[in-house]
Ligand binder design. Structure first.
Ligand SMILES: Nc1ncnc2c1ncn2[C@@H]1O[C@H](COP(=O)(O)OP(=O)(O)OP(=O)(O)O)[C@@H](O)[C@H]1O
Ligand SMILES: [Mg+2]
Length: 296
């Protein structure tokens, strides 16, 4: 990946808390990486300073941003305590910064049980760069109960549960919530969980019904924006670009812009707070949404 001229960055959270979003679901192929890369793109287009951390040895987010996964150092070296996170950061398209991954990340998983508090390593590393970003988006592997996901959850300010609006979506989401509950118990905290629906095909009655059911179950924790199926979202990773850079007006670009607007409104600074209050809404970070598998 060649460093690109960054778009001007506003740094909209002077002194404000860095938001770290962990994108999770133990279900493979539900759209975690697609959401990570393109939400990062949409937030970057709003002028936000975004760091994407690829925490999956499959390196899909790394490749989706056009970065060769064999370049060093990567998140593997950071977690193995062989490199500082600053050394691993690369500049990506649209001004997104990336901590890439590579298959060697499995070494960290294999050696983790011999380490003291291995789940705290990402958070400790991020502390060194917390003033440089407004958002850190962590793309998790599907093995939700593993040490990599534990790192993402320990570091996060919110967990985003990515739910494919296909068959068994609700059961899968509730199972994912149970995993989050267990991880939370292990870490002695409850995560603020938000739910993002993906791969939505409005032509399918099942998908429409599932969406209604997800809203009924998760209420305010569920984003209004749902990511529709889009050929562009399949094409974009192949050319190493977020969808916004591939097609500025396609529906996927619109969907992620809408999602980024909701995300910024929920967790963002005063400007968004003002617009929410104007609309008669309370910024949700002032009343954290705590959902667990027990109240569903
Ligand atoms: N909204 C969408 N429209 C069309 N294709 C999509 C959409 N979202 C994801 N895909 C495609 O579905 C596949 C799986 O998506 P993705 O890699 O984002 O899932 P994942 O949850 O990260 O998978 P894994 O658990 O293996 O990491 C990819 O080929 C991706 O391009
Ligand atoms: Mg993935």
């Amino acid at each position: 990946m060649t460093p690109q001229a960054s778009i001007p960055k506003r740094g909209r959270h002077p002194g404000g808390p860095l938001q770290v979003l962990a994108l999770v679901n133990q279900k493979g192929g539900c759209g975690k990486t697609t959401t990570a890369v393109n939400l990062a793109g949409a937030l970057a287009q709003r002028g936000e300073r975004v760091l994407l951390v690829d925490l999956d040895p499959q390196s899909h987010a790394t490749m989706a941003l056009g970065c060769a996964p064999l370049e060093e150092p990567t998140v593997a070296e950071v977690l193995l305590d062989e490199a500082y996170i600053e050394q691993a950061i690369q500049s990506g398209p649209l001004g997104i910064d990336l901590v890439p991954s590579r298959p060697r990340l499995v070494e960290f998983e294999e050696t983790a049980e011999r380490l003291l508090h291995p789940e705290q390593r990402l958070k400790v590393s991020l502390d060194a760069v917390r003033d440089r970003y407004d958002w850190v988006i962590v793309d998790c592997p599907p093995r939700a109960e593993g040490v990599l996901c534990a790192n993402a959850l320990f570091a996060c300010t919110s967990a985003f549960l990515i739910v494919e609006t296909g068959a068994f979506a609700l059961q899968g989401a509730l199972q994912a919530l149970r995993v989050l509950d267990e991880m939370g118990e292990n870490q002695g905290r409850a995560y603020e969980v938000r739910v993002v629906g993906t791969l939505f095909d409005r032509r399918m009655r099942l998908a429409r019904e599932l969406l209604v059911a997800l809203h009924a179950r998760f209420g305010a924790a569920m984003f209004d924006t749902v990511i529709r199926t889009s050929v562009r979202l399949r094409e974009a990773p192949a050319v190493g670009l977020p969808v916004q850079a591939l097609d500025a007006s396609c529906r996927a670009t619109q969907d992620f812009a809408a999602l980024a607007g909701e995300v910024a409104g929920m967790f963002g600074p005063e400007a968004d707070r003002a617009s929410l209050l104007q609309a008669g809404l309370t910024p949700s970070h002032e009343s954290p949404v705590l959902i667990t598998s027990k109240n569903h």
